[in-house]
Each structure stands twice: as C-alpha cells, then as structure tokens.
Design a protein around this ligand. Sequence first.
Ligand code: UDP
Length: 458
Amino acid sequence: MGSRPHLLLIPYPAQGHVAPLLKLATKISEHGIKITFVNTEFIEAKLLASGREKAEEGSLIRFVSVPDGLEGDDRNDPIEMNESVFRVMPGHLKELIEKMNQSDDCEPITCVVADICLGWALEIAHQMGIPAAAFVPFGPPSLAISFQFKRLIESGIIDANGNSMNDELINLSEETLPWKNNEYLWSCSAEPEIQKLLLELLTGVAQAVRISNWVLSNSIYELDSSNCDLVPKILTIGPLLASNHAGNSAGSLILEDSSCLNWLDEQATGSVIYVALGSTTTLNQQQFNELALGLESSGLPFLWVVRWNLVDESFTGFPEGFKERIAGRGKIVEWAAQEKVLAHSSVACFLSHCGWNSTMEGISMGVPFLCWPCFADQYQNRNYICQAWKIGLDLTLDENKIVARHEIQRKVEKLLSDEAIKANALKLKEIAGRSLVEGGPSCKNFRRFVDAIKYNKS
Ligand code: UDP
C-alpha cells in the first residue's frame, strides 16, 4: 500500500454540480495529487460528447463511471433520477473504493470529496474510516439555512415539512439577510413532489457536515462572512473557475458553441446583454415570447442561450418574424462557454436565473446582473445580488406571474445607466480575484486543505 494521496471526487449528477467539482479536481491535481473522478455513465457520456478528452495526457485525473440505475437517455424527471441514484449508486461506490484499496495498481483512496447532496457517499467514507470533505455547490446562505433546518423545527419556526409556523421572516443571525417564507430554498417549486425531494436533500446537510472533516464551499468569505460563520468546518475556496487553469474544460454537458465568441468580438465594448438561465430552468411559450420580444425591444445586441429544453412542452417556436427582425443584432446559441462570454469586454450585463455557479462567475468577471430567479436557492441568491452586494436589479413579475417584455426593456435601460451598480460589480470582481491570489483567504483555505490531505492531517 502506497501512502501518496489519492482523492475520490463524486458530484451529484447534474450540470451545476459536476462542473464546479471538476474545476476543483483540476485545481487539486495541479498540486501533484492523484484524483479518481466518479461520474454516472450518463454524465460521463455527455462530458465526452461535449468535448472532454477521455484521459488527458499527463493528467492526474482519472475518470471512472458507475450506473445510475436508469435506462435510456431521459433524466428529466428529477424525482425518478434521485430515487435511482440513492438506491443504486452507494453499492457501486463502495465496491469501487474497496477494489481500489485492494489493488496493487493504484494507491488506496485517502480522502473522499463528495457533493453535500450525496450524504450517503460521505457516510460510506465515514464507515470505511476515510477522511471526507463535503463539497457545497450552492451558496453560504443556502448552506447555513439547511444546516440549521433541525434547529428551526425545534424552535417552532418551521414545521417538519419546512412550512413557516408564523408568517415572520427567518433570521439566521443579525447580519444575514432574512428568508421570506415564499423564498425558502425548499418551497420554491409549485410541485409538492419536487418540494419533498429538495427537503430530503437539504435535511441531510447537517449530518453531512457532522461526519465530514471539511466543508468545501465554492464561495468567497469576504462577501458573506456572516452565513459562512454559521457553518462549522467550512473552508471557502471560491470562486472555482475553469479560466484559472490551462487547457481545462469547464465541465459542460452540452457542446459549447464557440461561434458566439467571434460574434462578441464584433460587438462594441460594453454593449451586449448576455442571457442564460442555466441548465434546468424551463419557461412556457408565453414567457419565452415575452423574453424574446423584450430583448428585441431593448434595441441592444444580445447573446441568448436557448437550450433545446428551455421551453416546456408548449413550445411552438420563436415569435413570428422575430429571427428576421433581430438578425445581425441578436445571436442565439444552444450553449455558450459562459465564463469566456462573461469575461468578454463586449458584455454589458448578465440576465441570469441566479444559479450559484452563474452568480460566482458573474461576480468574478465584474458583470452586473438582471435577476430572474426561478427555483430553489436562486431567490435568495438574487436577494444577495440586489440587496446585499448591490450588483444587480430584479425583474418583477406582473399580475399574471410573467416577466413582461416592457419590464425587461425598462430594467435593461435602468441597469445600464446605473453607475453605482457597475462600480460595485467591479469592486466585487477585485475581491474575488484577491481571494484567489497568494495570501488571499480562498487561496489560504485551499492550501490548508491540500496540506491536510498531503500530510495526512485531517
Ligand atoms: N453554463 C454554460 N453555458 C451556458 C449556460 C450555462 O457553460 O450556455 C454553465 C455556467 O457557466 C454554470 C452552469 O452552467 O457553471 C450552470 O450552473 P448554475 O449553478 O448557474 O445553474 P443550474 O444549471 O445549476 O441551474
């Protein structure tokens, strides 16, 4: 048995979870540490089809895949997927670790880094006596409230189903932004089944923290120290960015359309609205039309990511004549190299669903936000963007619960003429950059983790 560090990393099988963990894998491997990265077979196939090499020459990262228990090419039902992942994957993971630990061909696993939503993977490490780190792909506000979930029930603030017992705001501390009862991260889905699933994932957070040696958070301490201070063992190590590493893929599950970068080169500095609502948001046809017409009426160039499944089953196409009218001014792609887009000097603002990765990426590139939260943690992320950090504006729903075209046009204008927001966005970019350089807080925390695994100091 060798004693060199060998880490096993395992993400929850979804875009917003795989990508940041892959970025972390790259960052760790740059310290000469060997990594086995475990994907589901489904995710591994998507990564390969989107351009990731099977095994990059000289790379210390080895990819291994295990079944998720589902047949076919459809993972659109989150409940079915989650149930299957929880039922099937633990057995495969345990077997994989045992096999590697007994093999003469590779070093035994010395640390497991698992998504905090995969509490069972952390339990397996715990039972096998392997040091473990819980990786948190969402922000400190969501981490803090999930960690305190039990206390909130015991204090009579919420019931076991996460419903507010009175209509007051939840204040985790005097310094953190309050949570409104219609914006809890588990209550932002109209579907009770999805709400139940979110509750299940989040109630496991406290136990995951308890049994882990470290809690690795893709965030910046200086931006939200109050929430970070509510969670033990936390090491803020963000922002995790692909752009900080040579020749590394950003972990996209969809092929990036690089033509948008050439298109951005042709646009005026600070002129383009970048519109991307992440990997899972869906709109109905009416909302899609309003977004299209809002972008058109802004009169500005725009780059819009329209995933194949952005619109639900009501999809009938773009509004009539839209593509002809915006030709030359609007660029539509199925998937963009988001970090590169946000870093481009032509981009003026980011119309975003406020997913945590997008939030960190927008902050890192100093781009002001137009916020369109749709699900789970995105509402509170929006609150931090607009109220705490003051780097964006909120899009408001009308009486039909639609973001109307005029609202989009009005808020784009307002955002782009707001010098204070632009200055704040640049200030946060600087803070993000500073946190990563030698001596910066994220850099120091990351080194602490790396040293611990290198020198066996859990
Ligand atoms: N993303 C991308 N290209 C796109 C749209 C999104 O690479 O055209 C990436 C984005 O950079 C981010 C991730 O997809 O890293 C989305 O994660 P996020 O947490 O923002 O949202 P989710 O998809 O989990 O809702």
